[in-house]
Design a protein. Structure first.
Length: 349
């Protein structure tokens, strides 16, 4: 008999917070750079092109004695059936015995760790005096990557929001963003000083923008989080010193940046192989704008083995494709907290 814990979305949210997730994501990158963690090849399958597909990201964290996977499926016709289009499941196992430790919903973990990756990227590569944040995209991920960025950059004075498809959605997003960020800050109410500081930071102006060129020229930090398959941000719009974190490209053919931005940028990735195959870096590599050996993994920067930006004039790009190590470490942390407070259901297999 192998007892393991099963957690639903509510139980996950009870045991997960952004500040902890920032540390977890950094640790995942660090363990990878220390060669104490390994990514396995991605699995992708289309049940019906443009209608339904699935992918599996998996890996082994020897430094944490766990391995496992995240399986995410997309069935585009589900909403018409009253079901979510995207369904994710994370499974964590003991790498010393192979026994299952836990299984849980993947949505909350994905949103939190993806948002945290933007925060870690901003911490490592953005200018500390950055004042304007531009969010390209206004979907479910928005509150997470914006809050994470505000957590690590204390001088942000304004957040611009651009939705390439709908001004109305961007407007609705700006109307509700503070309320959603306050919800994510709920775990910190007992830490009054930190809570008050973060409430102050999320009360900066949020402005809808329709001219992406002007918004890009004003921004010091840009987070892109769209499913776009064509460049949304042109090279000539990006000013010196800008940092860009790309969160949207996670599948072959996706693109949010003009590939020519790569020609004069310092490019950092979470995993070279994944970035080249399915990340924002795929197109620049295929078009010869940048060579694979110019890519720097973020873990080596966190550990001080490779430099971050070396000048306030550097343009930096962080291609955050999202790696299984982030999901597994985040899930492990949730399971430990759940065990302490009795969350979820313990089952046998």
């Amino acid at each position: 008999m192998f007892p393991f814990r099963v957690l639903n979305q509510a139980a996950i949210q009870e045991n997960l917070d952004m500040r902890s997730c920032l540390e977890i994501v950094e640790r995942a990158y660090t363990l990878k750079d220390e060669q104490k963690a390994t990514l396995f090849p991605m699995v992708f399958h289309e049940f019906e092109p443009g209608v339904a597909d699935m992918d599996i990201k998996s890996g082994h964290l020897a430094g944490a004695n766990i391995f496992g996977l995240k399986l995410v499926s997309w069935f585009g016709e589900n909403p018409a059936k009253g079901l979510p289009a995207i369904i994710g499941t994370v499974m964590v196992l003991d790498s010393k015995t192979g026994a299952p430790i836990g299984i849980m919903s993947g949505e909350a973990i994905t949103l939190m760790r993806t948002g945290a990756a933007a925060g870690v990227g901003a911490k490592q590569f953005a200018r500390a005096d950055s004042k304007v944040l531009l969010s390209v995209g206004s979907g479910h991920l928005g509150p997470y990557h914006i809050l994470a960025t505000l957590m690590v950059l204390e001088n942000i004075e304004k957040v611009l929001v651009y939705n390439p498809r709908s001004v109305e959605r961007a407007t609705a997003f700006c109307t509700t963003i503070r309320e959603k960020c306050l919800g994510l800050l709920a775990p910190y109410r007992s830490d009054q000083e930190f809570y008050d500081e973060m409430v102050r930071r999320i009360h900066v102006p949020f402005e809808v923008v329709q001219d992406i060129a002007l918004a890009t020229a004003e921004a010091d930090v840009i987070n892109t989080a769209t499913p776009s398959k064509q460049a949304l941000i042109k090279k000539e719009w990006v000013k010196a010193g800008t940092h860009i974190t790309c969160l949207g490209a996670d599948m072959e053919g996706k693109q949010e940046l003009d590939e020519h931005i790569y020609a004069n940028a310092k490019v950092f990735v979470d995993d070279v192989t994944q970035a080249v195959n399915v990340g924002e870096t795929e197109i620049p590599i295929k078009k010869g704008t940048i060579q694979k050996d110019a890519l720097i993994e973020i873990g080596s920067v966190i550990r001080g083995r490779k430099p971050s930006r070396t000048s306030d004039h550097d343009i930096t790009v962080f291609d955050s494709t999202g790696i299984a190590l982030q999901d597994l470490l985040t899930a492990e942390s949730i399971l430990k907290e759940a065990e302490k407070n009795g969350s979820g259901v313990v089952a046998d297999i």
